[in-house]
Design a protein. Structure first.
Length: 164
């Protein structure tokens, strides 16, 4: 079991330091495509994807897989960090957390439909942490990504792909 909240509090820490602190149960090194600025450690059994800066080896992003669209029986195996909960949907999230700082509505790219993304900032201090909640087409939360807000490059979607 992985303490996800503790990992979120360790954004910016190196892979080796996380391993030494026993925050990561995997000994396999993060991997990535040649030329990419980041490398990933896919902790599939834990429902987590950790992204590290290739050069500094620092943790820059944590993605929690809440729903596996290819496996109906999938259940996130770790404790979901506050302010989140199991079985979230967009309307309840917005009711509890308020309106997001930014959002992308449901949209279609090529022949694939997406339920949209809500962007919240969890802390206004330094560093400010962004929480990006991705939805399926039923507006159920399928994943949540935590990363420093300074690394979020938010752009509006072209109107041609937005589902109306």
């Amino acid at each position: 079991m992985v303490n996800v909240a503790l990992l979120i509090n360790h954004l910016g820490v190196t892979y080796d330091a996380l391993l030494e602190a026993k925050l990561i149960p995997y000994k396999s090194k993060p991997r990535g495509d040649s030329g990419s600025q980041v490398v990933n450690l896919d902790m599939a059994r834990e429902g987590l994807l950790l992204t590290f800066d290739r050069d500094s080896h620092k943790l820059v992003e944590i993605t929690i897989r809440l729903i596996d669209e290819k496996n109906e029986r999938y259940v996130f195996p770790n404790e979901i960090p506050s302010p989140l909960w199991e079985g979230m949907n967009q309307s309840r999230i917005r009711e509890k957390l308020g309106e997001p700082v930014h959002f992308h509505p449901p949209h279609k790219i090529v022949n694939r439909f997406f339920g949209g993304v809500d962007y919240y900032e969890l802390s206004k201090g330094s560093p400010s942490i962004a929480m990006l909640i991705r939805y399926d087409t039923q507006l159920k939360a399928i994943s949540v990504t935590f990363k420093p807000a300074s690394l979020v490059n938010w752009k509006p979607l072209p109107s041609s792909i937005v589902i109306k």
